[in-house]
Design a protein around this ligand. Structure first.
Ligand code: ATP
Ligand code: MG
Length: 747
């Protein structure tokens, strides 16, 4: 492990080299006023990780100076989070409240030095006297109280003689300080409140600024890491320790950037609101970014640790894409967990030519995974497949079972649909099919071509399971409040069917349900006889970001199917289809769409005459242009303009991504593509001299990912390429970027 991979580790390394401390000693100091979240995970991995990397120690300290919001349940949740992430704190769990007597003694010392005084202004006066950034503050008249008077008042404050808000203890520093925090900061306030650990023994409580640095000192902490919002408190930290002349070595404070994730709220206060209002089901609701939530959902500690490592430690705040966290869990589970079959929305299939039963042995893991293990899949005449895996009127590009298209049952046989049975409402309730005995997976000699394999379960042996499908809790990238809650964040499916081995063998707690996602046996609600699985994450990054084509475009043109029957092609269509697939090498889906549509095929042939690029033209015409034909009376553009657009792609003037943008503009304005590209400044950037500085910048900002790439994680190439493309608004030439990034990282 590279110990000096981030700026905090470099500081620690230098201090150790210089002999400033014999051993590094950090602490994780949460306030027990809510459940820890993924931001705390970052702080935990940082503090405990640095201690581990430098053979040091790390304390777990509850920063419990606010009696009204704290609770032991939160203490337990914090301990659990640290342990779950695999760390061990030094000694017992510490509590700032354990140091109240010592902190009180330090306050008395400051008073005796003339460095602290009891102030009796009210809140409003205090605010007023503090001044502004541009205006000096004014010291309270009470600052002149004698040491004796201050000692007397402070003791009586402690004994509970005064009501809340009547007096404060303040440090006597500088009411004109540029750093407003240094304008006689408050050290103690009166609080007649019951504390969950010290009960009613204190009527005064120290503030963070006073308690934190002293707790660090008392525990022998060397490096006190905190988030950037405490940057201005740094001076108080030093002032207190220096003024008290504490014997060295003493701790120093260093700030790092807080973790923010899009589509996520992180503050404990906001999370508490969700819990209290019952918007989610408690602190461990799998939709929450709490450690308890991730744990319940099925995230592994490794995935959280990897995520924290990938995002690194920086000095500037930034927003991390939630997709990066999802990547981390997917990446972790991909090679670890068994793959099994679950049918989420069952449709019965009766295989009319199959008699008896058999068991098919199937591996839990794909062959490229270093794990082994198999199970038996019962097979018989009656099975269930997913409703979505059959289509009577298949949209373009549909590869699964249709009345005319056979499909493979994964690990088993190819089946062909014979009959579609519907209920009185016209809903499909059963498929009658035949299987092909010589098509068994692994020994297929049937010669039948299929385009995909689907999951299935055998009817009698399958077990019913409840699935809880989670989506993002918030709709907005930066959620402002509960108005941004996604109403579809939880979907419960009561009667999915799963292959029996998952329940009876229980080879793991986490599974990949083939083609559906990663799932976790709910640690609380799962019972024998009533199994419940939480969806951890989908198999692929959600397509929310990808542009969704309007529904109409997904439907095949009316000509293709009548009443569920595929219309045979006319001789003319057939000739076109042959020509497109054989001569022009179009794939059969695209060729099918174009060949069956006279208007589209004519458009295509016109465009071809201008620019001979069959595949790129056909793709654009069978998708985008076809959509326009369906939605509009007449087109705003001509085949010539489409040919020009494709020519720009082929000449690498623009990327295919930008081409889509140009197309949208053409469909609105009918403008020439060249003109749109010129006006919007969309020309593809292929000049290395222009791209390299951007790459250099991204490399400089992501030292951790560079180190990981160079240590062998070549997958991160995609990360750098993606960032570069993003930084250029999609204008950089992906090929050039790929090459340059590869070269730069290889250096
Ligand atoms: P919240 O605003 O969520 O209540 P906090 O900062 O008040 O968070 P604490 O319990 O006081 O939470 O924090 C414990 C430690 O965790 C502190 O050192 C704090 O800086 C750190 N921490 C809290 N949130 C984050 C975050 N989002 N990213 C990194 N560190 C964090
Ligand atoms: Mg807080």
């Amino acid at each position: 492990m590279n110990k000096s991979k981030d700026f905090l580790r470099r500081i620690v390394q230098e201090d150790l080299n210089a002999g400033k401390y014999p051993q590094v000693h950090t602490r994780f100091p949460p306030e027990p006023n809510g459940f820890p979240h993924i931001g705390h995970a970052k702080s935990i991995t940082l503090n405990f990780g640095i201690a581990r990397d430098f053979q040091g120690l790390c304390n777990l300290r509850m920063d419990d100076t606010n009696p009204t919001t704290e609770d032991t349940a939160y203490v337990e949740a914090l301990k659990d989070a640290v342990e779950w992430l695999g760390f061990k704190w030094e000694g017992n769990v510490r509590f700032t409240s354990d140091y109240f007597p010592e902190i009180y003694a330090y306050a008395i010392e400051l008073i005796k030095m003339g460095k602290a005084y009891v102030d009796s202004l009210n809140d409003e006066e205090i605010r007023e006297y503090r001044g502004t950034v541009t205006q000096e503050g004014k010291r309270s008249k009470y600052a002149d109280r004698s040491i004796e008077e201050n000692l007397d008042l402070f003791e009586r404050m402690k004994n509970g003689e005064f009501p809340d808000g009547t007096h404060l203890l303040r440090a006597k520093i500088d009411m004109a300080a540029a750093n407003m925090k240094m304008r006689d900061p408050i050290l103690y306030r009166i609080r007649h409140a019951h504390h969950f650990r010290t009960g009613d023994s204190w009527a005064i409580y120290p503030l963070y600024d006073f308690a934190h640095c002293l707790s660090d000192y008392i525990e022998g902490i060397t490096h006190s890491f905190c988030t950037l919002e405490f940057e201005n408190n740094h001076d108080i930290y030093d002032w207190v320790l220096d003024t008290l002349n504490l014997t060295p070595p003493r701790p120093y404070q260093y700030e790092f950037a807080r973790l923010n994730i899009n589509y996520t709220v992180m503050s404990k206060r906001k999370l508490l609101e969700l819990v209290e209002k019952g918007i989610i089901n408690g602190w461990d609701d799998p939709r929450l970014p709490t450690i308890a939530g991730y744990k319940r959902r099925g995230y592994t500690p490794e995935s959280i640790l990897n995520f924290c490592e990938q995002i690194g430690i920086a000095k500037a705040n930034s927003m991390v894409d939630v997709a990066q966290l999802e990547f981390a869990i997917r990446d972790d589970l991909n090679t670890k967990v068994p793959r099994v079959m679950c049918v989420i929305n069952p449709l019965k299939v009766t295989i009319i030519n199959y008699e008896g039963s058999e068991e098919i042995e199937a591996s839990y893991y794909p062959h490229d995974v270093p794990k082994e293990g198999t199970r038996k899949l019962p097979f018989s005449k009656e099975i269930y497949i997913n409703k979505d895996d059959f289509s009577e009127n298949p949209p373009k590009g549909y590869f699964r079972l249709t009345p005319n298209q056979p499909v493979r049952l994964k690990y088993a046989y190819i089946i062909t649909c014979q009959e579609v049975i519907k209920d009185a409402n016209g809903d499909i309730i059963e498929i009658k099919a035949i299987y092909h005995p010589d098509s068994k997976s692994g020994s297929d000699s049937s010669g039948i071509k299929v385009k995909s394999a689907i999951q299935w379960v055998e009817a009698k042996s399958a077990k019913k399971v409840e699935l809880r499908l989670y989506d993002r809790l918030f709709k907005d990238e930066i959620p402002e409040g509960i108005e941004a809650i996604n109403p579809d964040s939880l979907k419960i499916i009561k009667d999915a069917l799963i292959e029996p081995a998952v329940i009876t063998d229980r080879p793991d707690e986490r599974f990949q349900f083939e083609r559906e996602g990663y799932f976790y046996a709910d640690p609380i609600d799962y019972h024998d006889g009533a199994p419940v699985f939480n969806k951890i994450v989908a198999l692929k990054e959600s397509s929310a970001k990808k542009k969704k084509a309007p529904k109409t475009a997904e439907r095949p043109s009316k000509k293709v199917q009548i009443d569920g029957e595929v219309t045979p092609m006319t001789a003319e269509e057939e000739t076109r289809f042959e020509y497109y697939t054989k001569e022009l090498k179009l794939n059969s889906e695209v060729a099918n769409t174009l060949a069956r549509d006279t208007k589209l095929s004519r458009f295509f042939q016109e465009a071809l005459k201008i620019h001979n690029s069959p595949i790129n033209l056909a793709n654009l015409i069978s998708n985008e242009v076809a959509r326009e034909f369906k939605q509009k009376e007449s087109l705003t553009f001509t085949p010539i303009q489409i040919a020009q657009l494709v020519k720009m792609i082929d000449e690498e003037t623009i990327s295919t991504k930008i081409a889509k943008e140009v197309f949208e503009a053409m469909s609105k304005s009918g403008e020439n593509p060249e003109k749109i590209v010129q006006e919007k400044g969309l020309i593809q950037i292929s000049d290395p001299a222009q791209i390299l500085p951007i790459i250099n910048d991204i490399i400089a900002k992501n030292p951790d990912n560079v180190a990981k790439y160079q240590a062998g994680n070549k997958k991160l190439l995609g990360f750098f390429v993606g960032q570069t493309l993003k930084a250029t608004g999609g204008k950089a030439n992906p090929k050039v970027v790929n090459e340059l990034v590869g070269k730069r990282l290889g250096e």
